[in-house]
Design a binder for this molecule. Structure first.
Ligand code: NIG
Ligand code: FE
Length: 413
């Protein structure tokens, strides 16, 4: 017997359709399909149907929930995180506040190398436990699908350790998780003057083992001055593609590092960061299928310029927005905070930011056919807000806890 739950008295369901929504670009990011004064029915963890309050179908409901005139929208899709790390890095934060740059800290063996040292020391089971606790917190805050990267290992053993932890999280998580191998996050100290040696280690030892054990869905490289060059990035990502791992690139965080033309050349799934992005790079992206992923939490936390989101929209480009949750450049794990930052610092309207953080994030993770929008057969992962005056209020009321209920697989948390 199917189990039906009815949610009634909904002010408006946003991002709903009879079919999964496509990736939204330009103006389409402000014109979200919606259904006012509505009901929503869940059947066994999936969306069954939705419609106007006057047309509730005659079914036997196991449970009836009132939305109390709140909005419903799909759960956040966080398409870029480094959630599996061993320790926070608050001391480096203080060092930066006192004037040291990210590069200086990194040159001294801090930054990513500091995180790698901590990963080498922690046991796999403890790493799993603290990561699982973090994931639970994220899910409670409304994140309904997530990407998690390795990249704090930087040795065969430690990278595999992180990827096994992500695999276990996948097995035990109620929300979809995509796993990304980011061995090319930084050069470990012992390869400082032997970059090709580390690239060889990634290509000949890490990637074959990761592919053999099916430990990743994507491969990512930090393509940036003082990190991986365009040539090194290309070499790694093309080998990863041969193993079936689509490409993502951390690029243009601090400089125009060449990652954008490369992403188009190799047909990457996403290019992430883009604090530095000029009009030529915007045009290149526009003519491709590469999904730009903006990370305003990192720009905020690092006091960097914000990605030129409105210029991108004006050119008709679409993008997703994610947390970049990590211990170095963005300790923010809550998508709601990122939503507010997106509106205030990148001058997006409430609809644009919402579509970037739901449907577009889902497409960036190849999950558009199960989450990111509300359609019959979608995963019933969604957020119900308290009764608020308008959608604009959601963007505006920064410290108002306007999330009333979070549903995951049809269950209220
Ligand atoms: O996305 N930019 C590179 N990687 C991470 C931060 C790494 C770290 O400092 O731990 C990021 O910002
Ligand atoms: Fe990142």
């Amino acid at each position: 017997m199917p189990q039906f739950t009815l949610i009634q008295d909904i002010k408006e369901i946003l991002l709903c359709s009879t079919m999964p929504l496509p990736f939204l670009k330009g103006e389409a990011m402000s014109a979200l399909p919606s259904c006012k004064n509505s009901y929503l029915i869940i059947e066994d963890g999936k969306i069954h149907s939705f419609g106007s309050m006057n047309d509730i179908p005659n079914l036997r409901f196991e449970k009836i929930v009132s939305a109390n005139n709140g909005y419903i929208f799909p759960s956040w899709v966080d398409s870029h995180t480094h959630l599996v790390f061993a320790a926070w890095r608050e001391q480096e934060f203080m060092d930066r506040i006192e004037g040291l740059s990210y590069e200086e800290i990194s040159r001294r063996g801090g930054g990513i190398l500091n995180s790698a040292k901590k990963i080498a020391e922690i046991s796999e089971s403890e790493l799993y436990d603290i990561s699982y606790t973090r994931l639970q917190k994220l899910i409670k805050s409304g994140t309904g699908a997530i990407e998690i990267k390795s990249g704090y290992g930087l040795s065969v053993e430690s990278e595999l350790k992180i990827l096994r932890v992500i695999k276990r999280l996948k097995e035990n998580s109620p929300i979809p998780i995509k796993s990304t191998f980011l061995g090319a996050h930084s050069f470990p100290l012992e390869y400082r003057s032997n970059h090709s040696g580390y690239v060889d280690l990634i290509i000949h030892e890490m990637l074959p083992e990761i592919a053999k054990q099916s430990l990743a869905d994507y491969c990512d490289v930090f393509c940036e001055k003082n990190f991986f060059s365009v040539e090194e990035t290309r070499e790694i990502l093309l080998v990863a593609q041969k193993y079936g791992l689509d490409s993502r690139i951390h690029t243009n965080q601090f400089t125009h590092s060449g990652g954008i033309p490369l992403s188009v050349e190799i047909n990457a799934k996403s290019v992430d960061h883009l604090e530095e992005l000029n009009s030529e790079e915007i045009k290149l992206l526009k003519e491709s299928n590469v999904i730009p992923c903006l990370l305003p939490g990192a720009a905020f936390f690092m006091n960097c310029p914000f990605p030129p989101a409105t210029n991108m929209l004006a050119e008709g480009l679409g993008f997703c927005i994610a947390t970049d949750f990590n211990p170095g450049t963005c300790p923010i794990w809550e998508m709601k905070t990122i939503y507010h930052l997106s509106v205030i610092k990148m001058r997006l309207n409430s609809h644009q930011a919402l579509s970037a953080m739901t449907i577009n994030g889902a497409h960036a993770l190849d999950l558009g056919n199960q989450c990111g929008s509300i359609f019959p057969s979608a995963k019933a992962n969604f957020i119900i807000t308290h009764e608020v005056p308008s959608l604009a209020y959601l963007a505006y009321a920064i410290n108002d806890h306007w999330i009333s209920k979070v549903f995951v697989n049809g269950q209220e948390l």
